[in-house]
Design a protein around this ligand. Structure first.
Ligand code: FE
Length: 349
C-alpha cells in the first residue's frame, strides 16, 4: 500500500522506454527496476517454479501477492494509481474480464503474444492473454452410469438424472463461465432451460469445491457432476491411496464431442492499468507463452499448454485428446451478469 514518489519516476521512465522499444532490441531497452509485482489469484504450485525460472533467465524478480480474484480486484480499485500491481494473473476468463471491465487493465500487444496465444484465448483488445488452458469435464459413477449417458452437458438436465446431480454454487466463477459459454453458443433461453433442468436434478443443495463434487459422486451421493479437469487429474496423481481410489470409482468424459466441443477456459494475465513497471509486466507475460516457459511448465502443470504445438504432461495427455468449444473467451466475461441472473431465476444457489 505504500506509495513513494520514485514510482512516478518509474512511470515516466516506462513511457520513454516504450518509445525506445520501437527501434531497439527489447531486452536492452526495458529501463525499469529488475522486479515485477504480480497480483495473482492462481493457486497452483507450478507458478513458483515459473517465477524462479524467469528470474534465472532474465534477472527479473517476480514478487507475487496472492488473494482470490474478487479481493485482488477490490484491492486494485482501492489502491488506484498508487497500486503495487504491475500484472494481474488469474484463472478463468470471467475473472480477467471483470478486472478489465473495472478499467484496471491496459491493452498491450506484441508479435510474441500475437503469435503464441491463439486468438480466441485472449482478449481481442489485448487486456488479457491466456498462458494455459483448462477443460470443464463431466464426472460420473462408473457402477451406475454409462459414459454415453453423460456425453453432453445437455444430458445432465434430463429426467435420467433426477435426484442424481451434485454441483457447486452458482456464485463460483467456473459455474458462471460454464453457463456464459452456453449463452454465447445457444442463447439465454436455452441456457435458462438447461440450468433449470440441472437444478431440478440436484441430489443436495450446491456446496463445496470442484473436488468435493467428485468425492460426492464417489461416495454415492449422486451419479454425476462436473468440474475442471485438473481436480480429477490431481486425485489421479495423489500420493494418498484414498484419493486414487476415488478415480477408480469415478470416470470422466470430455463432454460435447459430437457437438460444440468441450468448454475450455484459460489462466491468463493482464498488465495493470496503473503498473509502475509495465515493461516488466509485458516481459513476463511474453515469457510465459515462450517456448522456454511453456516447455518448462507443461510437464508439471495440471493444465494444458496454451499453444497446441506443445505437449501436455504425459498423464494429462493420457486423459485423451478432445475437441474444444470454439468461442471467443471474452464472451465468458460479457455474459457473466446474465449467467448470474439465470442461476438466480432457476434457484441454483
Ligand atoms: Fe481451480
Amino acid at each position: 500500500m505504500s506509495f513513494t514518489p520514485s514510482r512516478r519516476a518509474f512511470a515516466l521512465g516506462a513511457a520513454t522506454t516504450a518509445l525506445a522499444a520501437a527501434c531497439a532490441p527489447r531486452e536492452a531497452t526495458i529501463d525499469e527496476p529488475t522486479f515485477v509485482n504480480l497480483y495473482t489469484a492462481r493457486h497452483y504450485d507450478a507458478d513458483k517454479m515459473l517465477y524462479a525460472a524467469f528470474q534465472e533467465a532474465t534477472g527479473v524478480e517476480v514478487r507475487a501477492q496472492s488473494g482470490n480474484a474478487a479481493q485482488l480486484l477490490e484491492r486494485m480499485r482501492t489502491e488506484g494509481e498508487a497500486t503495487d500491481a504491475d500484472l494481474f494473473v488469474s484463472a478463468d476468463a470471467g475473472n480477467l474480464w471483470r478486472v478489465k471491465d473495472a478499467g484496471l487493465l491496459q491493452n498491450v500487444t506484441s508479435e510474441t503474444l500475437e503469435t503464441n496465444v491463439p486468438a480466441r484465448l485472449r482478449d481481442p483488445e489485448g487486456a488479457f492473454w491466456g498462458f494455459s488452458k483448462r477443460a470443464r469435464i463431466i464426472v460420473y459413477r462408473k457402477d451406475a452410469v454409462q459414459p454415453e449417458e453423460v456425453a453432453s452437458f445437455d444430458q445432465l438436465a434430463g429426467p435420467r438424472f433426477r435426484g442424481q446431480i451434485v454441483a457447486r454454487s452458482s456464485s463460483n466463477t467456473y459455474q458462471l463461465s460454464t453457463l456464459a459459454s452456453r449463452i454465447e453458443r445457444l442463447g439465454a433461453e436455452n441456457a435458462q432451460a438447461w440450468a433449470a433442468g440441472v437444478r431440478a436434478n440436484f441430489a443436495r443443495d450446491p456446496q463445496g469445491s470442484d473436488t468435493d463434487q467428485i468425492k460426492a459422486v464417489a461416495a454415492g451421493e449422486a451419479q454425476a457432476s462436473f468440474c475442471n479437469h485438473y481436480y480429477y487429474l490431481r486425485l489421479m496423481r495423489s500420493e494418498d491411496a484414498a484419493d486414487r481410489a476415488i478415480t477408480e470409482k469415478v470416470g470422466f468424459v470430455f463432454p460435447d464431442q459430437a457437438g460444440a466441443g468441450t468448454h475450455v477456459n484459460i489462466s491468463g494475465g493482464g498488465v495493470a492499468r496503473h503498473a509502475k513497471r509495465p515493461g516488466r509486466a509485458k516481459q513476463f507475460l511474453e515469457w510465459l507463452v515462450s517456448d522456454e516457459a511453456q516447455n518448462l511448465l507443461a510437464p508439471v502443470n495440471v493444465e494444458f499448454p496454451i499453444r497446441p504445438s506443445i505437449a501436455p504432461a504425459p498423464d494429462l495427455a493420457a486423459m485423451g485428446a478432445f475437441k474444444e468449444e470454439d468461442i471467443p473467451l471474452d464472451a465468458l466475461g460479457r455474459h457473466q451478469a446474465e449467467a448470474a441472473r439465470i442461476y438466480e431465476q432457476v434457484g441454483w444457489r
